[in-house]
Design a protein around this ligand. Structure first.
Ligand code: ADP
Length: 696
């Protein structure tokens, strides 16, 4: 019994081993005999996946894929019988063909077809004509979307968007004809994520843009149901394709990616895969967490942006194709009115003053074309009540709800403009007043000088008549005539200075430039007053580093400058003091110094001493009178010579005024010798005038 049982058991085990072996052999051994040639039916019109090019040859991503597949597996792939999409399915269904070059998985298809590895991921999207103003599929529900009858999208759209108007056509050609007739403005097309310019494959879609991707599906190899060996052969063949071959297809179609699926999973691959899956799971969890955080941050950011846009005092508005699609509250305040609907949908130029419209449109076009941000520019906009408003604006291109748009920022600058205008008015008033004042000064000064000159020449005339003249004899006349003359000179100096001052203000101080030996000019005028200075019980010392220095200057004005400085030195130096006039040759320039041992000028006054009407010691001594114009005139004259004037002074110890004049003699100017400069009589008159402030 035991032996029988043992034998039976042995037999059973043997049968089981044979059965298991057979099963394992049948499941692992390749029974399918490799064909040397396979046939693939080409779909005539399914760009960019399978189509006939202009020469009638099969072309497309799938065609290239199959060519690469054939090469990698040493199998000749024959492309045959171009047909339409629907027919390609029918052929498999009827059993006339065994391989479909690539299609989506669908439940009904799985009844007559097995699906192999994924070739690429394929998108299906809705493309709309450029002039259609829409953000998503619902915005075009009444517009008419053209779709081909066998496109999976038809069922998908019917199921998920029951309210949209779908127009079904036989193929894409018919859809495009419907577009031409104006029947539809949107079409449903399959495209690949990485093929950027869809209109390259569908030139008909040149004026269309992608509105929304409706789904993404893997495009897979399809094999007639039951042809397991063929399917394995194809899938293994895909695995055999080297990276280079796949790259070849990829690079030709620019951006396609081929995802390969491995079918023969060995045990160790299973372990590795399990580890990878676990790793991916952890990674996914981690990623999920990070994405959640990111989304949170994004939402917070979005909230902040919304707040910012809401609170921003500047008007922010967004427009697409010239029409306003968004405005913030500030824009409504600036433009006027209380409802954004009054602004949204309107043309941007509606808010721009007529003569600025072209400028704004040009600017808009440039911004859109070149994708640049404009610098801030000023415009006048028209408010909702028709009033004009000065604004500052700038524009740049942004993405708004997934579409290109222009963002314009406007700032109300009407108050600033008003202030500027007010300032301008005040300035104009001031200038007008200044001009009037200058004119008045000029006129009155000339009016004063005429009678004064008559007075002075009358006194001079009496002086010149013979000694026996009864006036000359008269002791009153003798006493008062010099006083009369001196006061005439004082008045004359004051008037001359006033006239020069107004001329400087008006920019009309005329300079009579010629070439002079400046050393001689300064020495002569100093010597002319030498005796007078000595009579004041003051020492005058003249010294020079050079005897001749020809420079271009106005000798008459330079004499006045020296006399003015000497007159101040005399006025502010006590008896017994000294006055030094020195000339230093600096080659490029000449320095003229008038120095005294007088009362000096306090430090704090030195900066303002050359300003008009400034007097340091005005009430110190009524005998040292003056108008405070002298030094300012001296400075102006020196500056007319492109020179500078400096002051060194110490209060209580004396002052030194240094004039620096550039030593350049113009070759085209006449050179005047010293004895031609001015007559003695003229010099005396000048001295009388310039020294008239000094009381004897
Ligand atoms: P004024 O006609 O009053 O002399 P200036 O412009 O020539 O006007 O001089 C302005 C003031 O500068 C004088 O009133 C005087 O107070 C001061 N000042 C000018 N030169 C000297 C000097 N050499 N020493 C001291 N003070 C001087």
């Amino acid at each position: 019994m035991n032996r029988q049982i043992k034998n039976t058991l042995k037999k059973c085990i043997l049968i089981m081993i044979v059965l298991i072996s057979c099963t394992s052999i049948s499941s692992t051994e390749e029974i399918f005999k490799n064909p040397k040639k396979i046939k693939i039916t080409v779909i005539r019109e399914w760009k960019p996946f399978s189509y006939l090019d202009s020469e009638g040859n099969p072309n497309g991503i799938l065609i290239d894929f199959w060519k690469a597949w054939g090469k990698a597996n040493n199998v000749e792939v024959e492309f045959k019988d171009p047909t339409c999409w629907a027919q390609s399915i029918e052929l498999i269904k009827n059993g006339e063909e065994k391989i479909h070059l690539g299609l989506f998985y669908k439940d009904d298809r799985s009844e007559y077809m097995d699906f192999g590895s994924t070739i690429i991921d394929l998108m299906t999207g809705i493309y709309v004509q450029e002039d259609v103003d829409a953000f998503n599929i619902n915005d075009i529900k009444d517009l008419g979307i053209g779709v081909t009858e066998k496109n999976y999208a038809k069922d998908y759209l019917e199921k998920n968007y029951p309210n949209i108007k779908l127009l079904v056509y036989k193929d894409l050609k018919k859809v495009m004809e419907a577009v031409d007739r104006g029947e539809v403005k949107a079409v449903c097309v399959d495209y690949h994520n990485n093929i950027r310019n869809i209109s390259f494959y569908y030139p008909e879609l040149n004026d269309f843009e992608l509105l929304q991707t409706i789904y993404t599906q893997p495009l897979r190899v399809g094999v007639k149901k039951g042809e397991k060996e063929l399917l394995t052969f194809i899938n293994d063949g895909i695995k055999n394709m080297s990276g280079g071959e796949i790259e070849g297809v990829k690079s030709k179609w620019e951006y396609i990616t081929i995802y390969l699926t491995k079918n023969n999973v060995k045990n160790y691959t299973l372990i590795i895969s399990t580890i990878v899956i676990i790793f991916l799971l952890i990674n996914t969890l981690f990623l999920k967490h990070r994405i959640a955080q990111g989304v949170k941050r994004l939402l917070e950011n979005e909230e902040s942006y919304k707040k910012l846009v809401k609170l921003c005092p500047d008007g922010i508005f967004v427009h697409q194709k010239g029409r306003v699609v968004f405005v913030n509250e500030a824009t409504i305040k600036i433009i006027g009115g209380d409802d954004p609907k009054n602004i949204i949908g309107k043309s941007v130029t509606e808010f721009v003053k007529d003569d600025y419209k072209k400028n704004v449109l040009d600017m808009l076009n440039t911004v859109e074309k070149l994708n640049i941000t404009t610098p801030t520019f000023e415009e006048k906009i028209v408010k909702s009540n028709g009033e004009l408003l000065d604004v500052e604006m700038s524009m740049n291109v942004i993405k708004y709800k997934g579409k290109r748009a222009v963002l314009t920022i406007i700032r109300d600058i009407s108050q600033r403009k008003e202030r500027e205008q007010e300032k301008q008015n005040v300035l104009m008033e001031k200038l007008k007043y200044e001009r009037l004042k200058t004119e008045f000064f000029s006129n009155i000064s000339h009016e004063l000088r005429t009678p004064l000159n008559i007075l002075l020449s009358s006194i001079q005339l009496i002086d010149r008549v013979s000694d026996d003249n009864e006036y000359q004899q008269n002791e009153y006349y003798k006493k008062y005539s010099p006083i009369m003359k001196q006061n005439c000179y004082r008045l004359l100096r004051l008037i001359n200075n006033l006239i020069d001052m107004t001329k400087i203000d008006a920019g009309f101080l005329k300079m009579n430039f010629k070439n002079y030996n400046i050393v001689q000019v300064v020495e002569d005028i100093t010597m002319s007053v030498g005796e007078y200075i000595k009579s004041k019980d003051l020492n005058i010392i003249f010294d020079t580093e050079t005897e001749e220095k020809i420079i271009t200057c106005d000798a008459d004005k330079m004499e006045r400058v020296i006399l003015n400085l000497l007159s101040n030195a005399i006025k502010f130096t006590d008896e017994g003091g000294s006055i030094f006039v020195n000339i230093y040759d600096k080659n490029e320039s000449i320095l003229i110094s008038v120095k005294d041992t007088g009362i000096g000028i306090p430090k704090e006054e030195q900066k303002t001493i050359f300003e008009r009407f400034r007097q340091v010691h005005p009430l110190l001594n009524r005998e040292k009178e003056g108008s405070g114009i002298g030094l300012s005139l001296v400075k102006s004259i020196v500056e007319e010579h492109k020179g500078n004037i400096y002051l060194n002074s110490e209060y209580g110890r004396g002052s030194e005024f240094i004039i620096e004049i550039p030593a350049n003699a113009k070759i085209d100017y006449e050179t005047i010798l010293s004895d031609e400069i001015s007559s003695n009589e003229g010099k005396v008159e000048k001295i009388n005038i310039e020294f008239s402030d000094i009381y004897s």
